[in-house]
Design a protein around this ligand. Structure first.
Ligand SMILES: [Fe+2]
Length: 181
């Protein structure tokens, strides 16, 4: 929400599964806290191709943001029109299935680390495993400076702030989270 806000130099850590065998799960660990009032989150991405993903929440609590962009006649995603947006509270023990066309990021709203494992591919061929994974598109999120809503701390509780760069959000499921103007 505020790119110049002061915060930790690293917001989250991704530990790749076994990249030699291509098997094993990835682990992600989020720092706790806020940056410019916004809870620490993963960057967010859309998968390239027909690739779904399941997150298992191992520790902590957070909010998963899922959004499906509208598509044009050629089937290309329109960066500033959201067909459907969901904010889903998650905690240790939960599992979350992310359909292939659904952009996703996770926000840490807890007091401690948030930890997940996921079944995304760990073998990127000749791509450096420490780099951004080849199966994920971060560009649309970068263009729009995040998803359709930011999750901020308001009197110690999570609330949503609309990202004004989005022109239209057609359907929302916000799990009762308030929207702050
Ligand atoms: Fe993903």
């Amino acid at each position: 929400m505020y790119p110049d806000a002061i915060g930790p130099s690293i917001h989250y850590y991704m530990i790749r599964g076994d990249t030699i065998s291509g098997k094993g799960k990835n682990i992600t660990v989020w720092e706790a806290g806020t940056v410019g009032g916004e809870y620490i989150k993963t960057y967010g991405h859309y998968h390239v191709g027909k690739l779904d993903e399941t997150y298992k929440f191992i520790s902590g609590e957070g909010i998963a943001l899922l959004q499906v962009l509208a598509v044009d006649k050629q089937g290309n995603m329109i960066n500033n029109v959201v067909e459907e947006f969901k904010a889903i509270p998650v905690k240790a023990g939960d599992e979350l299935f992310i359909p292939a066309s659904c952009g996703h990021l996770v926000v840490n709203t807890g007091q401690d680390y948030l930890v997940t494992s996921d079944d995304s591919p760990v073998n990127f061929g000749d791509v450096n495993p420490a780099s951004m994974p080849g199966h994920a598109d971060y560009e649309l999120v970068k263009q729009m400076r995040g998803f359709a809503f930011y999750v901020i701390e308001d009197n110690g509780k999570p609330a949503l702030v609309k990202n004004k760069l989005y022109e239209e959000i057609r359907k929302t499921e916000l799990s009762g989270l308030p929207i702050i103007a």
